[in-house]
Design a protein around this ligand. Structure first.
Ligand code: DG2
Length: 175
């Protein structure tokens, strides 16, 4: 499971969320480097899952190209999309912190079930992601399929919370 490479709005420190941004030059390189690294480690996949956002799909393609496994089926679902940041989409995080304080912005970005309406909380991300995990991805893993999930900071964070069974201590601390 991985997060996509850097997108254009990541460089500008703006909330990207469901806006379809392509990978930046650095993002393309990051995805290629990730593919090279996985190849070096001997990874092989049977199935690839992505969100329906370009940055996650492009990342998966570049990785599979580096691995020389372009034939592997890619399945895309909106349920793996980034958290919907609602009214915050497009805003600059540093400017938001000047108006609302660093701590408040951090709480909005990293708490599990706390988000100003109408923004999706991490808990809600997990609720809309879980049906896809339970009905589509987990059964394939149980059948022995080797699965790559190329998604987003918060959709992978939500899934990690589900797999760990609790909100890990590093959730709030790290980006
Ligand atoms: O929507 C975005 O800008 C970031 C997450 O934002 P933060 O929760 O890190 O503020 O998503 P990603 O770049 O992983 O797709």
């Amino acid at each position: 499971m991985l997060r996509h490479g850097e997108g254009a709005w990541n460089i500008e420190n703006r909330f990207c969320s469901w806006v379809d941004q392509k990978l930046s030059e650095d993002g393309l390189r990051e995805a290629e480097m990730c593919g090279k690294h996985l190849k070096f480690l001997g990874f092989e996949f049977d199935l690839v899952y992505t969100s329906i956002l370009s940055r996650s799909i492009q990342t998966a393609w570049l990785i599979m190209q580096e691995l020389g496994q372009e034939w592997v089926p890619v399945r895309s679902s909106w349920r793996l999309n980034e958290r919907h940041y609602g009214a915050l989409i497009g805003l600059n995080r540093a400017e938001l912190a000047l108006n609302h304080g660093e701590e408040q912005v951090k709480i909005w970005r990293r708490s599990y079930d706390n988000a100003p309406p109408p923004i999706e909380s991490l808990k809600q991300v997990l609720e809309r992601l879980l049906p896809y995990w339970n009905e589509e991805i987990a059964p394939e893993i149980k059948k022995g399929k080797r699965v790559l999930i190329s998604a987003h900071g918060n959709s992978t964070r939500a899934l990690l919370k589900h797999l760990e069974g609790t909100v890990p201590f590093y959730f709030y601390k790290f980006s």
